[in-house]
Design a protein around this ligand. Structure first.
Ligand SMILES: C[C@H](O)[C@@H](O)[C@@H](O)[C@H](O)C(=O)O
Ligand SMILES: [Mg+2]
Length: 450
């Protein structure tokens, strides 16, 4: 931690289960997750000085209370300690919280416990941004390379990238940084949208949403596939009719296929000029993705994955094996910002484009900071890169992600990680006591769980 940072005393960590009833409109639905209620475990880290940090991890409905329990089990790592003791050696703190001897048995560094770590760690980055009075993308950008890498636990990845190599990448990233910051502030960062093609949307809905997002300036679109081949062909045709052939189109199968099915299915969609197939098979299958990538490369279709990649070790293997073309880090997964930074640095070393995942609640808000930092400090380019944008729950946040007239993310200015929910959002949607949930139970829209 830079000597200038104010040292605060962390008193409490609160965690809440907050859910929105998105399944009612099939928003967010895909071939695998047909009735998602966009939800989060929402963490607030309070200090005796009054400054606080918010963080979240994205969940779907019933998964939320399980992650909530894991967050509560990890509270002890944060409460009653100073910010200096965390930020002074953030990598050490990160290793402690991911290595708790009894909890790690149900991970390690994956699944529920790692989602819980992400929520807490994201809150700590929000707090750090607020202490330095800058948005997190600027916090990261302004750090000296040595300070930045002091937040990363390099265990298990030094065969792919050493701390010295990471410092060298970041040092190189300082060249021309000022101009890139100005460019971001002036023009923002390109986005694509998935809001046109959730699997539960009707054809008419897809058509009118294509028109809406075209009019909003979008030039890249993603739709869900994987339930029925003929229907996928029809949906791709329909979207192409609306968006034309110059705009980009991507498809997302959310892990439904076996490797060979993925290859055959995608051969049947080859005429639609698809930029990528996302999550064609199990998120853990490095060699399977490689086989798909090799088979589809001649067709000009890339493989994208990462939203459910469980940790930096898996990302390392995907990158080493060249099993993906588009690396989709997710801001609410792996162990939060610290671990994600290591993935960006590995992606730079392995010359792979990062196009972050953001289909969930709060993901656009957080991930924009990371991708902006990638541009200012790591890859130094936007070439072939874009950040997902879904139009979900932004109005629930105090500082929502915003898109300009050219469909680019506007660089955030508020200090922190853009993670703070409006107080009324929590009052209405905390589960099950929020006023909106109580109303929906009373009206029989949702059944109370017993
Ligand atoms: C359940 C979710 O909406 C997913 O479908 C979503 O994250 C998706 O995979 C995406 O890429 O946006
Ligand atoms: Mg996806």
């Amino acid at each position: 931690m830079a000597s200038g940072d104010k040292c605060l005393n962390i008193t409490t960590l609160e965690a809440k289960d907050v859910r929105w009833p998105t399944s009612l409109g099939a928003h967010g639905s895909d071939a695998m997750h047909t009735d998602p209620d966009y939800s989060c475990v929402y963490v607030t880290v309070r200090t005796s000085e009054g400054t606080y940090g918010n963080g979240l991890t994205f969940t779907l409905g019933r998964g939320t209370d399980i992650v909530l329990l894991a967050v509560k089990s990890l509270k002890k790592f944060v409460e009653n300690r100073t910010t200096a003791s965390i930020y002074g050696n953030f990598a050490k703190f990160w290793r402690e919280i991911t290595s708790e001897s009894q909890l790690r048995w149900i991970g390690p560094e994956k699944g529920v416990t790692h989602l819980a770590v992400a929520a807490i760690v994201n809150a700590l980055w929000d707090l750090w941004g607020k202490i330095r009075a800058v948005p997190v993308w600027r916090l990261l950008t302004e750090m000296e390379p040595e300070e930045l890498i002091s937040t990363i636990d390099f265990r298990y990845i030094t065969d792919a990238i050493t701390p010295q190599e990471a410092v060298a990448i970041l040092r190189e990233g300082k060249t021309g940084q000022r101009a890139r910051i100005d460019e971001l502030v002036a023009n923002g960062y390109p986005a694509y949208t998935t809001q046109v093609g959730w699997i539960g949307y009707s054809d008419d809905q897809i058509r009118s949403l294509c028109r809406k997002y075209l009019a909003a300036g979008f030039t890249a679109f993603k739709i869900k596939v994987g339930q029925d081949l003929e229907n996928d062909r029809k949906r791709c045709r329909l979207v192409r009719e609306e968006i034309g052939w110059e705009n980009k189109l991507m498809v997302d199968a959310n892990q439904v296929w076996d490797v060979n099915t993925a290859i055959d299915w995608m051969k049947n969609l080859k005429d639609f000029k698809l930029l990528w197939i996302e999550e064609p098979t199990s998120p853990d299958d490095v060699l399977g993705h490689k086989a798909i990538a090799d088979a589809l490369r001649p067709l000009g279709i890339g493989v994208a994955t990462g939203e459910m990649c469980c940790n930096r070790v898996m990302f390392k293997q995907f990158l080493q094996a060249q099993a993906l073309e588009f690396c989709q880090i997710d801001s609410a997964r792996i162990g939060g910002v610290n671990e994600i930074l290591s993935v960006y640095l590995m992606a730079k070393k392995f010359n792979t484009k990062v196009c972050p995942h953001a289909g969930g609640v709060g993901l656009c808000e957080m991930v924009q900071h990371l991708q902006l930092w990638d541009f200012t400090s790591v890859s130094g380019t936007m070439d072939g890169r874009m950040v997902e944008f879904v139009d979900q729950q932004h109005e629930q946040f105090l500082h929502p992600a915003t898109i300009n007239k050219k469909a680019c993310y506007v660089a955030p200015v508020a200090p922190g990680y853009s993670t703070e929910l409006k107080p009324e959002a929590v009052e209405q949607y905390e589960y099950p006591r929020g006023t909106e949930w109580q109303r929906m139970f009373e009206e029989g829209i949702f059944a109370r769980e017993v």
